[in-house]
Design a protein around this ligand. Structure first.
Ligand SMILES: [Zn+2]
Length: 304
């Protein structure tokens, strides 16, 4: 597989345009999936149009990042100010793709998994941030995919790919490895997310917050977390295993409290203000995936 033998910077350049285009599609998902009207949720055949005046967007105005810059952030027809989220999502997805071969060995399962997870988190962060919802159409397939991604390593556990990292330096990586902490420098290929850890993650990801919610409901008489949050934890559990999923839940809750408590005090709110918890889970995920084990070992050392 000579394609994999390219140096990472060259793979970055080849991947970045795909990221920008998928980022542009991500904006379509973010805008349309939370819509109430099923016809408005069509993300496949409906052409891009301005949400304000419904005018069709010309193809050259729809080029990721450049279109927005060219239009100076306004609709060409009606002058509607295009939210900064549009170029931001394109930029983040472009960066995700460009950064991916530096973080994950290109062409391996963990690389694919990182990209899918990263892209999903960008989209879900913004649907939750803007509309307070996490669409089922995205989350249900991810639950199944998380478990399915553990199967290739059962069938072909020893398959190696060669990765050219520097002149004369060849790194061999397990093609179907899908474990945690691949960064930095492709170090630390253990532990692998097994199908058992994935299935338990799926079940516990949905079950533990559902139980917490029952408790919260009994005490506060209101929902603490939305159902979308459970589904997000369920697919994150399927992707990264049950232990990292619990790490994501606790770190996400901590980040949520760090933002939510001062907000509540400032507004003297009654505690009824809903925070987009999915946003905090999205922020917590990369921290736990890359640094979770180091943080956990550090915590154990500090406790004991
Ligand atoms: Zn317009």
């Amino acid at each position: 597989m000579p394609f994999i033998d390219l140096p990472p910077w060259m793979i970055s350049l080849l991947l970045a345009p795909f990221g920008l285009v998928l980022g542009s599609f991500g904006n379509v998902l973010i805008h349309r999936l939370p819509q109430e009207d099923p016809a408005e949720r069509n993300v496949v055949t409906k052409a891009s149009h301005c949400p304000a005046c419904k005018a069709r967007i010309k193809p050259w105005h729809n080029v990721p990042l450049l279109g927005w810059l060219w239009l100076r952030g306004r609709c060409a027809e009606c002058g509607w100010r295009i939210p900064g989220r549009y170029p931001l999502v394109e930029l983040l997805t472009g960066l995700l793709f460009a950064a991916s071969p530096w973080i994950f060995p290109f062409g391996t399962l963990i690389w694919l998994k990182g990209l899918v997870c990263g892209y999903a988190l960008i989209v879900l962060f913004f649907t939750d941030f803007t509309e307070m919802m996490l669409p089922d159409v995205i989350q249900f397939p991810l639950m199944a995919l998380g478990v399915l991604l553990t199967l290739p390593q059962l069938l072909r556990p020893e398959t190696l790919v060669n990765i050219w990292t520097a002149p004369g330096a060849l790194l061999q990586a397990l093609a179907f490895h899908n474990g945690l902490q691949p960064a930095p420098g492709y170090q630390g290929f253990e532990p692998t997310v097994t199908w058992q850890a994935s299935l338990i993650g799926l079940a516990v990801g949905y079950g533990v917050p559902a139980l917490m919610n029952l408790l919260y409901k009994a005490i506060r008489k209101t929902d603490g977390l939305g159902m979308g949050d459970f589904k997000m934890l369920a697919w994150l559990g399927a992707f990264w295993g049950w232990a990292p999923m619990l790490g994501i839940l606790f770190l996400g809750a901590g980040l949520g409290a760090a933002v939510g408590v001062p907000l509540m005090l400032m507004r003297r709110s009654t505690g009824q203000t809903m925070l987009p918890f999915g946003c905090f889970l999205a922020l917590a995920t990369p921290i736990v995936v890359f640094f979770g084990r180091a943080l956990w070992l550090g915590y154990l050392g500090w406790v004991g």
